[in-house]
Ligand binder design. Sequence first.
Ligand SMILES: *[C@@H]1O[C@H](CO)[C@@H](O)[C@H](O)[C@H]1NC(C)=O
Ligand SMILES: *[C@@H]1O[C@H](CO)[C@@H](O)[C@H](O)[C@H]1NC(C)=O
Ligand SMILES: *[C@@H]1O[C@H](CO)[C@@H](O)[C@H](O)[C@H]1NC(C)=O
Ligand SMILES: *[C@@H]1O[C@H](CO)[C@@H](O)[C@H](O)[C@H]1NC(C)=O
Length: 881
Amino acid sequence: MAQSARSASLWAVLTLLFVLGWCQASAIPRVSFPLGSPGRSLTQFASPEVGNTTTLLLSSDEDTLFVGARDAIVSLDVSEPKAVALKNKLDWSPTEKDLNDCAMKGKKKADCPNFIRVLQVLNSTHMYACGTFAFSPRCTYISTETFSLVLGPTGKPEEGRGRCPYDPYQKNTAITVDGELYTGTVADYRGNRPVISRHLSEGSHVDLKLDDTLGWLEDPTFISSSYVPTEEKVYFFFSEVGREYDFIDKLTVSRVAQVCTSDVGGQRTLQRRWTTFAKAQLLCQSQGELPYNVLEDMFTLQPQEGAPDEDTLFYGIFSSQWSVNSGRSAVCVFSLDDIKAVFAGNYKVLNRDTLKWSTRVQEKVANPGSCGLHNASDNTLRFVKENFLTDESVQPSGQRLSMVSPDYRYSNLAVQRVRGAKGKNYTVLFLLTESGYLHKTVLLESGPHIIEEVQVFRQPQPVKSLLLSVSKAALFVGSSEGVTEVPVANCSFYWSCAECVLARDPFCGWDPSQRVCADIASIPTNAAQDVEKGNVHEKCKAASLNPRSGLAPLRPPTGELVPVSLNEVVRLQCPEASRLARRHWERPNSRLSPELYLQQDDGSLRFLATPITLGHYLCLSVENGFQQVLAVYQVKQKSSSSGGGGGGGGGGAGGGVPTSQPGSAGPTRSTQGRQPPSTVPRRTEGKAGRGRHPPPPPPPPPSSSTAALSPRETAGVTPRPERNFTFWLNPVLTAEAEPKPRGGDAGGGGGGGGEVAGGEQQLQSTAACYLQELVVVSVLLVLCVSVLVTFGLYGVRQRCRSRTAPQSCSRRDAERATGNGNNAAGNGAASTPQERESLKGSPRDAKRNGQVQNGQVQNGGKSLCNGVTNGSNGHLPNTPI
Ligand SMILES: *[C@@H]1O[C@H](CO)[C@@H](O)[C@H](O)[C@H]1NC(C)=O
Ligand SMILES: *[C@@H]1O[C@H](CO)[C@@H](O)[C@H](O)[C@H]1NC(C)=O
Ligand SMILES: *[C@@H]1O[C@H](CO)[C@@H](O)[C@H](O)[C@H]1NC(C)=O
Ligand SMILES: *[C@@H]1O[C@H](CO)[C@@H](O)[C@H](O)[C@H]1NC(C)=O
């Protein structure tokens, strides 16, 4: 009975882990590089005199990085890789009086300096910059040659109103086209007069702005802007209040707006106003879910060389207004083609009396949004003035979300098309999290795969920017802390063909001739790479024939001798090669019985030292169906007769060392007494590469605490520093034991293994009889506790799932839509039409739906999750099944 109860509880624990694993199998970065990791060295520019370096602009030759900072514009020399040097600094600060005025207006002193928010190349000789200038924005020309502030054609200082926000925390966007400046910002001190306008125009090309009689913008947050030459249009991306949805709560919607660069305004109607302004909603929503409605950043991916402008893609990060989705973000991509089609379609009609929108079909006097209305009649211009909101919304490309991240809030992105092995193109996203990590993600048919995360700043930053230089193969991140240059990849971090392929990094491939993981562009043709599947067996086959490279790490992991005394709780550590790998333990000729062994989440193994449990242990990791040995230990009884904890030197040149260690030609032993902290680097050397893994702090050496009866008691026990460990490599070398360091006086005791063995035998036999009882009792105890914990966790999970259901499965949902479009999990879709309607349909319905939605969505989510648990949906790319 006890048996069945035990197995039942075990089963419960496993099932729980499985379910949790599945439902959390959201994209997590495969490897992580905290700031300062050697595997990902960053180049930083930080200077106490140059703060808030948040506006970035690369010169056309990409050798100089211009940075808009606090009270200054600086130029940095970035021509050399791995070096960012200050070239010039241009001070531009408000006067004492300006600062006093700013303080008088009740602004915080820290917000009164001049924060540069617009920095653009105007023409071959001049740049243009605008700053908040103590809540009284100003602009200036900058001579590129002398790098100094100069006056413009008017000979007067440049007004910054309508070009730059007053408040340094307010978002804005600006772009120059043919020497004219197009901006989206707020044009007043309070921040409630938004404008999209054109400045620096000359001759008949007059400066233009929005007509603000009809509410063309509703409290927008500007995100970005983009110029498409063949269309002669500038597109603005922002989010604003969606007046067409008559919610009680203000509903935020994301938008794309357009203006034509040829626009010169109307002659009577719309004089000095845009005649070509139109806007459309951007939808980032998957079926049966609340939309991701708040745009956070937008990146324009230019078409491939030779492809038409229509292939331009816009990648957006979206978050959600609803708290149920807080902390999540989604990536959606929109094609210029789709945007053009929506702008060419029908427009909504605003009833001037009720201020309500309808989609009434009316006679089309003109095509709103089309260019070339300079000489149009007043009638036509009135029509386009009133028809500026498209009826249709722009759907994401492929009608699906590209990525949903339940765990990370992304704020900035950059996108690159990367040519992988065999000339296949991949889309790689660089996503900056709120907390300062850069996630390099490749978008695949099977879903997104986060190759790595690199920490770029310490504190969350209110204002930051991200700039990608494809030719330099680097990203620049600007924040209050400084400017950081991050290479797009470090292929040499992957030390074996297996690791190189498992990384699934389109930038990297295994070069079989050089036997290195290298930049794919530098390898002729036969690089081993498998971004889609990471199939090591297939890709490293050729390489594995070569003894010096290939599947296994360069050398098989060396065994580490762990001297223990009986009844001790032994804990063996296992390093983490990848967060997507599953680690497990094995003994050469036996399975690990769960009654004796506890395999923990951190990869470590715990057990009580008994005669049965002495011997060899292997920690193996399995990723993508590929298995490799990460660590080998030999647990051996201590020689000391006194049994005093630290005293018993681990000398251990014992005779009966089993030689069953797989992989190595034949174990040799060498003793190397080391103090625990230093065991780590040694292992690094021995194992070519494991030490390159910076992310998890290197595992402490196996710790064993004396006579601890309950595993729990030892949890916090750290090994005593004087403790020695013996490291064995090959029995052949037994004789040449390395000299012992003088580390601890208690340490000594190198040799004399032979006699020790006899003593061990005796101890073992006496201990054995009651030990078994003890083990059984403590295992039972652990199991009881785990059953309780299981139910507890299950409860928590239920609650958590009902809170997060719509999203936790959303990625899958998206993937399902991609994968095969089968709507397997069914009822989640039931809520879809209403959901859609909530954004489309009549305001009243929408509101009702908005409230009812939660319940429906939850159901949908739940069934999806269950569907997944049943294994009906095998799209998760990185989850070993
Ligand atoms: C790449 O990784 C290797 C191995 O960890 C490391 O030695 C090297 O410094 C890294 N290079 C960069 C540029 O991060
Ligand atoms: C660039 O613009 C500035 C300011 O409008 C003007 O003075 C200068 O002549 C222009 N340079 C060229 C090469 O057009
Ligand atoms: C408007 O029409 C007149 C005459 O038809 C023409 O001369 C003028 O160039 C036109 N204006 C624009 C801006 O096209
Ligand atoms: C400027 O930097 C400081 C920290 O150095 C930060 O607290 C502040 O929020 C930043 N201001 C802006 C506008 O980015």
